[in-house]
Design a protein. Structure first.
Length: 69
């Protein structure tokens, strides 16, 4: 079964070392972080340019105290 681009981006998010981005928004495309920052609009604008029209995943990197269920 082939993964979609979004599934691949999500899998990268789950396994990547994103500790230096705590509290920031990140955009992931093709197994790399293409944009990051605290301002979502700026992150999206940079990601649109960097992704060259490909789909990207946006995520806010949680603090270490955050529990994910």
């Amino acid at each position: 079964m082939t993964q979609t681009i979004q599934e691949s981006n999500y899998q990268y998010f789950m396994r990547a070392d994103i500790g230096k981005y705590v509290g920031q928004w990140i955009a992931i495309c093709e197994d790399r972080i293409i944009s990051n920052g605290r301002n979502l609009k700026e992150v999206v604008a940079k990601a649109k340019l960097a992704s060259e029209g490909k789909k990207f995943l946006l995520a806010k990197v949680p603090s270490q105290e955050t529990e994910i269920f």
